[in-house]
Structure formats: C-alpha cells, structure tokens
Design a protein around this ligand. Structure first.
Ligand code: GTP
Ligand code: MG
Length: 148
C-alpha cells in the first residue's frame, strides 16, 4: 500500500505538537510504519530539500530544519500522499484552511510545522533517504474496520 514521508519540523517539536499531529494521522486511519526523533546535519537537510536549492529562501529553510530535533515518520494507507498533504494544509499558513495542521497551528511560511511528500515518487525517494533501515513492517488489526 502507498506510503508517504512526514516530518514534524523543529518548531512543531519545540511547541509540543508531536502528539496532536500523530493523532490526526492515526485517527484518519493511516498506519505508522516508521518514527524517529533526530537532529539532521546541514548536508542532509540540503539533500532533502535539493529541489529548492535555487530558491532565495533555501539557506533560511536549511537553518530552520537543522535548528532542533525533528520527528521523521513513514505513514501508510490508500492515497496517503495526497490525503496527507490535505491534512497538512497549504504551504503558506495564511492560505491553509482551518482544520488543517498548518491552518490550525502555524502563521509564517518559514515556520509551518510539518513536511509531507508531494508525490508518490518523492515519497519513495524521501523514505529511502530518511529510513535507509527500511520502514517497520507490521499489520494493524484495524484493517477490516477501515477498508471495505
Ligand atoms: P514541505 O512539505 O515542507 O516540502 O512544504 P511544501 O511542499 O508545502 O512546500 P515546498 O516544498 O514548496 O517548500 C518547502 C518548504 O520551504 C516550505 O514548507 C516552507 O517551510 C519553505 N518555503 C516555501 N516557500 C517559501 C517562501 O516563499 N519563503 C520562506 N521563507 N519559506 C518558504
Ligand atoms: Mg515540498
């Protein structure tokens, strides 16, 4: 089944939003397949955001991501990439709808609490980068209560 890479950024960890964010993905019905609290190095953050290296905000973005521990996660479920992006909300919290994570908990685009893969292909690359040990493979007993 489809998997996505979700990262709670340093502001989300510092602000005590970890439980709230995990809860939203769990309650939706997605399965947690990997989780770790880590401080990433500059070169690693640059690799994760390599597609944005030409953007004027790139250095600030990298400084932000390495400013404290992050929670790296793999979530699994039907359409989890696109649905995960909907749960997260628009990139700029000024445009994220209330009820989304960024809409409820963020104000500035440069402190938008959480990252989610933007396509199945990016998810595959990001999971390989962040979880070289491979996501944990367990089966939830809830499956028949969530899927028809
Ligand atoms: P991620 O899930 O973090 O990848 O966000 P996204 O996919 O919604 O947006 P994108 O990949 O385009 O940008 C990555 C991150 O860079 C955003 O989440 C913001 O933290 C930051 N960012 C994007 N655009 C801007 C900007 O115009 N200014 C600043 N300061 N940061 C930005
Ligand atoms: Mg992105």
């Amino acid at each position: 089944m489809e998997q996505t890479f979700i990262m709670i950024k340093p502001d989300g960890v510092q602000r005590g939003l970890v439980g709230e964010i995990i809860s939203r993905f769990e309650k939706k019905g997605f399965y947690l397949k990997g989780l770790k609290l880590i401080n990433v190095e500059r070169s690693f953050a640059e690799k994760h955001y390599a597609d944005l290296s030409a953007k004027p905000f790139f250095n600030g973005l990298v400084e932000y991501i390495i400013s404290g521990p992050v929670i790296a996660m793999v979530w699994q479920g039907k359409n989890v990439v696109i649905t995960g992006r909907k749960i997260i909300g628009a990139t700029n919290p000024a445009e994220s709808a209330p009820g989304t994570i960024r809409g409820d908990f963020a104000i500035d685009i440069g402190r938008n609490v959480i990252h989610g893969s933007d396509s199945v292909e990016s998810a595959r690359k990001e999971i390989a980068l962040w979880f070289p040990e491979c996501p944990f493979n367990w089966q939830s007993c809830l499956h028949p209560w969530i899927y028809e």
